[in-house]
Design a protein around this ligand. Structure first.
Ligand SMILES: *Cc1c(COP(=O)(O)O)cnc(C)c1O
Length: 430
């Protein structure tokens, strides 16, 4: 498989190059140049395949021989070795629970896949590999956990000071070893802009392999298709409406890619918080990135969603066709909090703020489409967010798997909101 740049000013590359480079020199995003439908037989058999077997079939065409098949099967197996259940909540709404992995959020899937792929490729690399990741909260922990202890790879995390939850910060800052956390005095967008600057800095990239582990990396993005197929395996009835809590739009772009490859889906919903660039775009045809605003669903506080260009690419830039497949809605913090408390009271289900945005948008859509049913992606565990405790007036039980973090001490380096300081730290690592 070859990958081209969505800006079309860089040459095409192999899967390996796309993973190691992270981003093309023209600052576009890598995109596969051949998206073929999966064979009809695959969908008929879905019920008999294990999740690892499904993952392998879904990802294989994108790698076409660049990882030997035994190694790839093993990577898939390790990536999805936790459960991803579709849990009915009301008569017409289910939750696809993506929070049963090590850091309690969906980003574990992409991060686990990418770390193993990078480990495979860097064993043949000549230079040290540095993974640079900007995080709005969940990515950093998932990437840090995925890469912790991987030989020959250093991880540098950039996170916005004061804008991640306590549990998230502990996940980012307590691993040590090959993981360094930089606490930046700014927003997630600032972190992302600085990461992009570093990736385009020749002084750094000539001395080390610098790669991003953000969802812009194809090795994080492509495996996010997996769980849409796992959901379908558990789904009964006509194609579902799927609501995806969206920030940087990697998750939704992966679902829509799966759909273009044949996954039966009735309709997609981009469920957004107050950062509403995409809902506005679908209404007005004008795409106007803005500074992000802070909300309860902080991992979705993105004013300039990188992966939306991939969705446009899937639809060849045809907004009319896109509108047919996708609706978008923006919900306020009040509506989010209301969804959390009312669903807990009525159905005993504890939503996290991101899932709550997804649930709210889906419930709204289904109210206007009475014959349809669907599910939303529950992208993280409610216990990760202190705000949920405040909304429901009591603490959410912290899962046993992360209890040990509570007694650890944060280790981070504070940096200002400019590139120079980050650059110096990166240069000192290589
Ligand atoms: C990252 C994240 C999102 C947003 O996903 P995108 O792929 O960036 O749209 C939603 N919910 C949670 C919990 C996240 O961590």
């Amino acid at each position: 498989m070859r990958y081209f740049s969505t800006n079309r000013n860089s040459g095409t590359v192999s899967f390996r190059e796309a993973v190691l480079l992270g981003q093309p020199a023209d600052k576009g995003l890598y995109f596969p140049d051949d998206i073929s439908p999966l064979a009809g037989g695959f969908f008929d058999q879905l019920g008999e395949l294990t999740n690892a077997e499904i993952a392998l079939e879904v990802i294989r065409p994108f790698i076409s021989g660049e990882i030997d098949s035994t190694a790839l099967a093993r990577i898939c197996e390790e990536t999805v070795d936790f459960e991803i259940p579709l849990v009915p909540i009301t008569e017409r709404i289910s939750a696809l629970e993506l929070f049963h992995g090590p850091t309690l959020a969906f980003k574990d899937v992409g991060a686990r896949f990418m770390s193993r792929v990078l480990g495979y490729f860097s064993s043949e690399a000549d230079k040290k590999t540095v993974v640079l990741v900007a995080t709005s909260g969940d990515t950093g922990g998932a990437v840090a956990a995925g890469f912790h202890g991987v030989e020959g790879v250093d991880v540098v995390i950039l996170y916005p000071k004061g804008r991640v939850s306590r549990l998230q910060e502990l996940q980012l800052t307590t691993l040590g070893g090959n993981v360094t956390a930089l606490e930046l005095d700014g927003t997630f967008d600032d972190c992302q802009a600085i990461a992009k600057q570093a990736l385009a800095d020749d002084d750094i990239t000539s001395r080390a392999r610098l790669t991003s582990a953000n969802s812009i990396n194809v090795a994080r993005w492509l495996p996010q298709q997996f769980y849409y197929f796992f959901a379908l395996k558990q789904w009964d009835g006509p194609p579902p409406v799927i609501s995806v809590p969206s920030g940087n739009f990697g998750n939704l772009a992966a679902g829509m890619l799966a759909h273009v490859r044949g996954l039966p889906v009735r309709h997609f919903i981009a469920a957004c918080n107050a950062n509403d660039v995409v809902p506005r775009f679908l209404q007005t045809d004008r795409y106007e990135p803005m500074p992000s605003v802070a909300t309860l669903s902080n991992a979705m506080d993105v004013g300039s969603p990188s992966n939306f260009v991939r969705i446009m690419e899937l639809f060849n830039g045809d907004i009319g066709r896109l509108r047919h497949a996708l609706s978008a809605e923006s919900v306020s913090d009040e509506q989010t909090a209301d969804a959390i408390s009312s669903l807990l009271a009525e159905n005993g289900y504890a939503l996290d703020p991101h899932g709550a945005v997804g649930y709210r948008c889906l419930a709204h859509y289904l109210a206007e489409h009475p014959d349809e049913r669907g599910f939303f992606l529950e992208t993280a565990h409610a216990a990760k967010f202190d705000s949920v405790n405040e909304i429901i007036g009591k603490p959410v039980d912290i899962p046993a798997s992360v209890q040990h973090l509570l007694s650890k001490t944060k280790q981070s380096i504070e940096v200002g909101n400019d590139y120079a300081q980050v650059r110096e730290i990166l240069l000192s690592k290589i």
